[in-house]
Structure formats: C-alpha cells, structure tokens
Design a protein around this ligand. Sequence first.
Ligand code: SF4
Ligand code: SF4
Ligand code: SF4
Ligand code: FES
Length: 580
Amino acid sequence: MSKDNKENITIKIDGIDVTVPSGTTILEAAKKIGVHIPTLCNHPDLTAKSTCRICVVEDTGSRRLKTACNQPVDSCKEIITNSKRVKEVRKTILQLILANHPQDCLNCIRNQKCELQELTQKENIMDNPFERIYEPVPIKDDNPSLVRDNSKCIKCGRCVQACEEIQASKAIGFNGRSTNYSIGQAFDKATDESTCVLCGKCITVCPVGALREKDDTEKVWDALANENKFVVFQTAPSVRVGLGDEFGYSSGEIVTGHMVAGIRRLGADKVIDTNFSADLTIMEEGTEFLGRLTNGGTLPMITSCSPGWINFVEKNYPDLIDHLSTCKSPQQMFGAITKTYYAEKLGVDPKDMFVVSVMPCIAKKYESKRPEMDASGYRDIDVVLTTRELARMFKENGLDISELEPEDYDSIIGHGTGAGTIFGTSGGVMEAALRTVYEVVTGEELDNVDFEAVRGHDDFKEAEVQVGDIPVRVAITSGLGNAKKLLEKIRKGEADYHFIEVMACPGGCVGGGGQPYTIKHDAREDRMEGLYKDDKQHDIRKSHENPEIKEIYEEFLGEPNSHKAHELLHTHYRNRYTKA
Ligand code: SF4
Ligand code: SF4
Ligand code: SF4
Ligand code: FES
C-alpha cells in the first residue's frame, strides 16, 4: 500500500494495483478492478454493520481475516479476495446459515430474486456438513400490508437498520437472547400498536423472503372470475417505470401501454390512469393551499398523498396534524369518484363495482382499509396490489408484457397530464402544484413549466417562487428520517416555508416498498428520469388544463373545495400517538 500527497491510496488487490481515495472500503476498491466480493448484511443505502462476515478477505499485513464491506484500504498491506482460506470461511458461514434455513425456494416469494440463493450458487455449495437445526416459527400476519416469516430470516439486521436509519421509526429490533434472538416489534407487540408506519422499506432491503407484502392477488382473481363484478383497475404514476424490471426492460423504462394491455388481458373491464386523480389532487390541494395562504390558515401546509407519511405524523407528531393537507391521496380520490360519478356515467351499480389499485406501496393497502374511506357509500377501493403483485398476476397468466402491443387507458376519468405523472417522484407533487397555482393566481401562462429547483435526488430541496405578489417558499423531502428533521423545525417554529412536500419513501414512490426488488442503488434514479421523460411526452403538462378534469368539475363537483369535493375528496386524521 502506498499513499500520494493527494490522499490517494494505491494497493494491490489479487495482484492488481488499484488507486482509490483514502477511506475507500476494500469492497469498493475491489469493485473498481472488476472483483465482486460477496456480501449479505451490507446494503448501499445503509451504514455497514458487518454482522454476517461473508465478505472476509485476507490482508498480508494481518493474521486475521478482514471484512471488506467496512474496512478501509488504508490499514491494509495487500489484499487477497479469493484464497483457499477465504473461500472455506465463506462457505462455512453460508452452510451454517443454510442449516438453519427452510430452503423451500420453490414456493418462496423471493425464488430467483434471493440474495442467499444467488450466493449459494455463486459459492458453488452443493452439500452441507452441518446438521439441519431449522425449526419453523409462526408467521406474523396481523395487519393489511406486511407479512413477517422469521423462519426465513437470516438475522442480517438490514430491516432494523432501514427502519431506524432511513425511516426514523424504530419499530423493530432484536428480541430475545443469545442464539435464540429474533427480529420483530419490541415484546412482539401487534404491528398497529408499534411505531411501524407500514412503509415497506424493510421489505425492500431484506435479502431473502422473510418480509413481504400481504398477497391480495387471489381476491382480484375471484373478482375477475365473477361475472357480476365490474372490475376497474387504476395504476399509479410510478408503476409504469418500475414494472419493466420484472420483464427484462432496462431500469426506469416506461411500459405504460404494455401494462394497460396486460391488465385488459387479465379481464379488467376498465383500466384507468391514477394520473387523472393526481391532477384532481392538484386542483384540490392547490386551492386549499391558496386558501390557507390568503386566509391565515395553518402553514406550512404539508402534502398528504403518501400514507406511510400520514401514519408517521399520526403516530409521532399528532400535534402537527393541522399542517397536513386535508386532501385524500390520489388512490382514494379515485375510488370515491369511480363509485359515484364514473359509475353513474357508465350506468353501473356501484355495489357491483370492484376497484383494484396498482400501487408502488404497501401502506396504500392499509390506507384503503381506513374506516373513513367509504365516501361513495361503499368501500371506495376494494383491493390494493403492489407493482410486484401485478407482475406475479401477469406471469401466472402466462403474459410477458414486452410481447403485447401497447394499448391506451380508458376514458372518461382515464387520462392524466404530465403533471400527474411526476407525482411518482420526490418533488413531483410540488412541481405539479406550482404549475397550477402560478397560473391560477397570476392569470399568466408559464414560459417554462420545468421547475428544476425542486427536482433531483437530494434529501432536502427548497425553492422560492414568485406567485403574484407572494414569494412562496417551498421545501421537499423524502424518507421519514429526513421528514422528522423538518417536523422538529416546524415544532420549534424554525421552518420558514409555506408549502412542504413529503414522501415516506426515499426518492418518492419510485423507491416505494411495493416496487420490484432491486439492490441497484441507482434504480430509483432511473425511474425518476423515466417519469420526467414521460412528463415531457405529454401534450398537456398542467393539471388544470386536463379536459377530463374540467369536465368533472363542470358536471359533478362544481368547483375545487366545494361541499361535494370535500365530502368525496377530503379527509381527517387521528391522533394515534405510539411510544417507540
Ligand atoms: S429466502 Fe431464498 S433461500 Fe430461502 S427459501 Fe426463499 S428463495 Fe430459498
Ligand atoms: S414497514 Fe417501515 S416502519 Fe414498519 S418495520 Fe418496516 S421499515 Fe419500519
Ligand atoms: S427480516 Fe430480512 S432484513 Fe431483517 S434481519 Fe431478517 S433477513 Fe435480514
Ligand atoms: S457483508 Fe460484510 S460483514 Fe456482511
């Protein structure tokens, strides 16, 4: 190892010189020369805790093996990643994990997408000298969104870290002692009684099949097979850039038309774009915001379309509930409109309607079950599927969407604008709102609808936009750990903003807990880019210019924030304070 005066380190890894900045881990340095050291507990979104030791390597300057995921190259002499000793240790660690694992891969949700399975193959493990000590434990299935099967848990700790480091929720931890410990809510509390907000971040980081969404596909198959049911699907903005991952598209590719065609092949009576109700949200939320701004209402006003975020405020900051917009999420607005206005237009009895949402999110399952979500006189949404569940349904029916001719959404209430599509990414709701609020207040057309200041991957984004006489200060964040910092500022009276957008998942819905599994750190970024590209492809890019939106106000709702709009499209929140 040698160091230059620019703090770069040159070190030999497997006999090849590599130069990296001081502090680079062995894992990252090896990657630079095309050597991929296996990992299990390590995840690019989390700090390295080094619990599994699968990434061990030899350092000729030390007798002990080193863990590559957290050890910097600075302290090493020369690294060997593939010696016999290293390989044997890795094999032994894996064999010990497998001895205590069900290995029922064939009917496991993560089959072919499992990091343990992949590693077992890569390390060429064909047998196991260790005695099988695996014992099944009961599955925890006590909520509408998330299922925990600790029989499959390899105790890597990623879920606990994600819940604490990224989502600031501390809902789960290590229970029990010694080798008998397990992961779960403290004292194995019911999920609803814990601080869990059902965001699903833990699912997205779990390397195996221990955590998954509650599978609701059977309910949808039943409805599709029932000739008395009129089945309407809606698909959320970010699903169109996530679903392709399951069908061999490159990350972030827009697959809208193929997805719509696939849903029709499943037997849906209508397929509608949630972008329509995203536009509706902008009309309602923008009007609510302007009302608060001019009538001295509670500011900053904070967006309310992310149900994991709503759960977080209700459970941790009930004193700040008045800051939340009263608008329902686009998913729920859609349900209320479908079983009233749309049913009437189609001449279908709403009691026979079965509304299926396809969402990037597991918290939406919980949201649809909230008792107040029955504004239509029925359950507004019958079933929520994640992007992953929709992909499973396609596969179950032998459909590869890449082979289908693209089709368009149904009208009416079926079409959204570019503003609706960017709801799926952090900053998108704010940008869509600004496009409309600016034009409504000033009566002038925007020269440029792209608000670059609210875009991008930063944890916090802020901007000041002159709207008529008022310099409107806005802030955007995603990930509940980041949101918590903003909430603390609001509590202290230090958040000098008028309008804040918060999404529970990092990057917004593109990184949602129901999106296809990926360990690729930049998948979110690819999906984000996909949505901005989709926005640009729309002829209409402002919610208030959507002809179907104009029509629904003229024919049914009256005006934004009208009495009828309040009945159907707005809601209230509850104090559900829960001690961590
Ligand atoms: S978690 Fe992975 S290794 Fe375990 S049963 Fe499922 S697919 Fe197989
Ligand atoms: S769903 Fe979210 S809040 Fe609940 S345990 Fe998982 S990461 Fe934590
Ligand atoms: S549930 Fe998954 S992420 Fe959590 S410790 Fe177990 S294997 Fe790791
Ligand atoms: S991946 Fe390095 S210790 Fe687990």
